[in-house]
Structures are given as structure tokens and as C-alpha cells.
Design a protein around this ligand. Structure first.
Ligand code: NOJ
Length: 562
């Protein structure tokens, strides 16, 4: 659809809105933008994105119209897992900048009306964290080892791992240390799991939360929120649950009403209740920046659980504010599947009074243009999916580059692959680097404006035509579609909050009402879709056909008679 009066391209704002005092539950309809720091913007030319780089692009994010950013880990890290191996929770990785840069970023973001959510990684530390070094230097059974999960091995000489658990990244989940004990790592060996039955671990993370709240951040994304508690017996997984051809272990347990030994155990919820109390008491303290009228802090869970009702337990009123909706992310481009997921998601979150989130991509999954078929078809569908997602009740999480319609880069040369999955899988799984390629900002330059030199992963030359500079102001571009959609969301509060009502539609169609007079129609079928009577088109992901019908793989927001 050509931009009409309601969806003309935006020009950069000259006077951005200041951060207004927070509404209670400000996150419930917020649109967040995920900044994968290594790949967003590189200010010092070393090929790696950094905090000054993010700062330099904040006005772009303000113009895009997002309410908040979530920044992936920026802490000192040996980068065994792109920063999800944290060596010090109270400092900044020198490659990313300094604490002063972080403070300046938070201030600038707030001045532009953007809230800042940071990544908290509580399941594991880096093996270079002071605690883990102390644990290695200490004896079995020492308090230093009790912060982690050290155990003796099995077999006469203890040479077999304590149980049969496998790492998410491939291989055994245990590594042996020189004195013969083993330690647990659900991810890479450089990411030893903490023991959350140890009160010292609780105290440490509460103090880390306070450290960052004192610096003015507005919330935390909780990494592996479903993994912190382990069955204290550390039992073997049943072989049925381990069978890679069979049902995923988490689902296998959930369907039998049993607790998995390390995923989604009931004990994790006490941790989130504790943190919620901490945030609430922080909010009440007069001297804190949050209490001074910024935002009530929030927390969002990264919890990969098979069923939405399991996810809803993380967002009960005294726990976390939100959880990423991976049920929606994992849906194929299919009307029935998406409708089922939308209904399940809303019903699960509303059963506990929480808002729903909508997510299509992040730094761990294949980009959705590619998942939806790739090329022109994938991009068309992704544009339609954006209008679907941004019209659903709740909050949305965008992943950097989706507003440009970027595809997964599937042909990165093997020698540049940095994801631990590549090595740990014995080079059978290329890992997640294909969705982490640096953002193209300009049509020229060694890394298309990402930095002054080449980026840490090479961009496909075709990305010049998809860069921000190439799309800005261009009618029909993905970037202008996102800008227009976010502008409308701000102008019409009913697009974020409220409820939705499904309309009957032919197979392959999704049609629903939002607010007093908006109807959203998405065509996932193989025939053009007749639109309901309407007073005009607010926004569309592509032109209607000559008969005024909605073409295949297209979405539209309509103004109806009300
Ligand atoms: C989830 C993060 O999103 C992912 O990138 C990371 O590898 C694992 N957690 C381990 O921290």
C-alpha cells in the first residue's frame, strides 16, 4: 500500500519526548528493541559493536518509535558465548566501553524517552569469574566450591561424569578438574552453573540488581530463567527423554506431570519472588533514581518451556513482569497455528493478570524472513507478520535488523564462525552466527556503516540495498512499515492494550478487531481475501489487488464504521 496521509515516512524528530514518569505497568504494551551489542554499531572501529556505538544510534531508535531497548550482556567476559559468560557483573567489557559509557547511554536513552533493560545472567558465570577461580583453587567440599555444582564422578575411579546430562551446546554437561571432581555446565564448559540452593548466590545477585538499579536501568532480561534450580539428587535423565528422535525432554516431563531435573523446576519461582520484592522495595526508597519518577523496574524471563501455561507461572503478580513468547515465535506461517498460539498465549497470561509478549526473532534463532520461506516470499510474510504482531494486545520485542527485513546469513565462511555450538557439535551445527551479522547502516563502507573497518562477521554485499540509508524514506520499505506501525501504536493506545475479538474468515485468513474501530486482516492462504466493509486503510504491508482484496501474504489495518 502506498503510504497515505496516515503512513507517510517520518523525518527525524527534532525535539524528542522526554522520559515521562512511568505509568504503573508501563511495560504491558511497550515495544522493546533488542540490541545485540556485538553487532549493532561499532564506534571505535575494532569490528565489535559497543556502548558508544549504541549511543550514537539512539536517535534512530527514537525515530523508529520503540519504547525501550534490551541490551545483551556487556559485562567483562572472555566471550566463550558472546558475553553470556560473565566474569564480573558490576563492570563493562573493555571492548564494549566503560561504566561511564553505560551511564551516559542510560541518560541519553532516558532523554529520548527510551527505557533501558539489561541482561542478567544468573544461571552460570564465566569460568574466569573470581568465584570460579576460587573454587578451582579450593578443595572439594569447600565453601568456594559450594557456589557451583561440583560433584565426584561415577565408576571406581570417578572417571565417569556424575550423571548423563548433556549440554545445550552439545556434549556432556560436566567437565572434570585436576583433583578429579566434576562441575556442571548446562551450556559451554566455560559457563559453570551456580548452585542456587546456596544463600550466598542469592545475596550476590540481589546486590547485582541493586548495583544496576542505582545506575538507572529500567529492567532486566533474565537469561535461562527456567534453568536456575536443579534437582538436588542430580538424577539421570530417563533414556526416553534423552532420545533426540523422540519428544524433547522438557515436553516429555511436562506431559507426565513430572519435574524435569533442571528445566522449569518449581523452586525457581521463589527466586523471582525474592527479586520482585527487592525491586518493589527499591522502588519505595526515596533516594533511588527509579523512585524519582523514572520507571518502575521490570523483569522479563527467557524461559523455554513447552506450554504457555507453564510460562504463565513466571509472570504471576509477585514474580516477573513478562516472559518471551516463544510459542508464537516457533509457529510456522499458518493461520490455524498462529491463531491457536495467539489464543493460548493470551489465555495463559490473562489467567494470572499479566500482559502477553510477542516475539518473532532474537539472537538465538534463525531470522523469521528465512523461517517464513526466505527471499521475496519470506520478506512479504515477515512484513505481514510485523503488522500482525504489532496489532496484538500486549508488548512486542523486535530484534535488531528485523525492521530492515534482514535474512539469516546461511553461508558465513566456516573460519569466522564464533558460536560455541559450532565447535561443541563437532562442526555438525553451524550455530547462531547467521542471525548475528552486523547491522548495515549505510550503502557503502567496509562494514556498511556498522563501523569504520570490517565487522566481526562479514555482511552479504546485497545488504547495502537493505541498509537503513537505503530504506529510510522509501515507500514500501520494511523500515518505513515498522516506523508507520509504531507511530500508529503510539497514537492509538487500543493497539497496545485492551482485548481482541476474532471475526469469521475464510481458511487462511486471520481477521480480528482491536479497539472501537480497527480491524486487522492477514492473508496466510493461497487466494486473495475479501476485506470487511471499512472506512479506509490505516496501514498495509503491500498494495491491495485491483478488486480491493488482500493479496496472499499481506496484512492490513482497517478503520471500520465503529
Ligand atoms: C540464552 C541466551 O540468549 C543465549 O545466547 C546463551 O547462549 C544462553 N542463554 C546461555 O547463556
Amino acid at each position: 500500500m502506498s503510504p497515505g496521509p496516515e503512513n507517510a515516512p517520518t523525518s527525524p524528530s527534532t525535539s524528542p519526548p522526554a522520559l515521562t514518569p512511568a505509568r504503573p505497568g508501563w511495560w504491558r504494551d511497550a515495544v522493546f528493541y533488542q540490541v545485540y551489542i556485538r553487532s549493532f554499531a561499532d564506534a571505535n572501529g575494532d569490528g565489535i559493536g559497543d556502548l558508544p556505538g549504541i549511543r550514537s544510534r539512539l536517535s534512530y531508535l527514537a525515530d523508529l518509535g520503540v519504547d525501550g531497548i534490551w541490551i545483551t550482556p556487556f559485562y567483562p567476559s572472555p566471550m566463550a558465548d558472546g558475553g553470556y559468560d560473565v566474569a564480573d557483573y558490576r563492570d563493562i567489557e573493555p571492548r564494549f566501553g566503560t561504566l561511564a559509557d553505560a551511564d551516559a547511554l542510560v541518560d541519553d536513552a532516558h532523554r529520548l524517552g527510551i527505557r533501558v533493560v539489561i541482561d542478567l545472567v544468573p544461571n552460570h558465570t564465566s569460568n574466569e569469574h573470581r568465584w570460579f577461580r576460587e573454587a578451582l583453587a579450593a578443595a572439594p567440599g569447600s565453601p568456594q566450591r559450594a557456589r557451583y555444582l561440583f560433584r565426584d564422578g561415577r565408576g571406581p575411579d570417578g572417571a565417569s561424569p556424575p550423571n548423563n546430562w548433556l549440554s545445550v551446546f552439545g556434549g556432556v554437561a560436566w567437565t572434570r578438574v585436576p583433583d578429579g571432581q566434576w562441575y556442571l555446565h548446562l551450556f559451554a564448559p566455560e559457563q559453570p552453573d551456580l548452585d542456587w540452593t546456596n544463600p550466598e548466590v542469592h545475596e550476590e545477585f540481589t546486590s547485582v540488581l541493586r548495583f544496576w538499579l542505582d545506575r538507572g536501568v529500567d529492567g532486566f532480561r533474565i537469561d535461562v530463567a527456567h534453568g536456575l534450580a536443579k534437582d538436588p539428587q542430580l538424577p539421570d535423565l530417563p533414556t526416553e527423554a534423552l532420545n533426540p528422535e523422540g519428544t524433547a525432554a522438557e515436553r516429555w516431563f511436562a506431559e507426565r506431570g513430572r519435574h524435569h531435573p533442571f528445566w522449569d523446576r518449581p523452586e525457581v519461582h521463589a527466586i523471582y519472588r525474592e527479586w520482585r520484592q527487592e525491586l518493589a522495595s527499591y522502588q519505595d526508597r526515596a533516594e533511588s533514581p527509579v523512585a524519582r519518577g523514572a520507571a518502575e523496574p521490570m523483569m522479563v524471563a527467557e524461559a523455554w518451556v513447552p506450554f504457555p501455561d507453564q510460562l504463565s507461572r513466571y509472570v504471576r503478580p509477585d514474580e516477573l513482569a513478562q516472559a518471551f513468547n516463544f510459542d508464537f515465535l516457533e509457529c510456522p506461517w499458518d493461520a490455524g497455528e498462529l491463531r491457536g498460539s495467539i489464543d493460548r498465549s493470551i489465555s495463559a497470561t490473562s489467567s494470572v493478570g499479566a500482559s502477553t509478549t510477542w516475539v518473532l526473532s532474537n539472537h538465538d534463532v534463525q531470522r523469521h524472513v528465512t523461517r517464513y520461506g526466505g527471499g521475496r516470499v519470506g520478506r512479504r510474510r515477515a512484513q505481514a507478520a510485523a503488522l500482525l504482531m504489532l496489532a496484538l494486545p500486549g508488548s512486542a520485542y523486535l530484534y535488531q535488523g528485523e525492521e530492515l527485513g534482514l535474512e539469516e546469513v546461511v553461508d558465513l565462511p566456516e573460519e569466522v564462525l564464533a558460536d560455541p555450538v559450532w565447535e561443541r557439535s563437532g562442526h555438525t551445527d553451524r550455530g547462531r552466527d547467521g542471525c548475528r551479522v552486523p547491522v548495515p547502516w549505510t550503502t557503502t563502507g567496509p562494514s556498511l556503516g556498522f563501523g569504520t573497518g570490517p565487522g566481526w562477521l562479514p555482511q552479504p554485499p546485497a545488504w547495502a540495498a537493505q541498509s537503513v540509508a537505503a530504506q529510510a524514506g522509501q515507500e514500501g520499505s520494511t523500515l518505513e512499515l515498522y516506523r508507520a506501525a509504531l507511530r500508529h501504536r503510539h497514537a492509538e493506545p487500543s493497539l497496545g492494550g485492551g482485548t481482541m475479538r476474532w471475526h469469521d474468515s475464510p481458511s487462511g485468513g486471520l481477521v480480528f478487531s482491536r479497539g472501537a474501530d480497527l480491524v486487522i486482516a492477514v492473508n496466510l492462504g493461497d487466494q486473495p481475501l475479501a476485506l470487511p466493509a471499512h472506512r479506509g486503510i490505516v496501514l498495509a504491508s503491500g498494495p491491495l489487488d485491483p478488486h480491493g482484496r488482500l493479496p496472499v501474504d499481506t496484512a492490513v489495518w482497517l478503520r471500520t464504521a465503529g
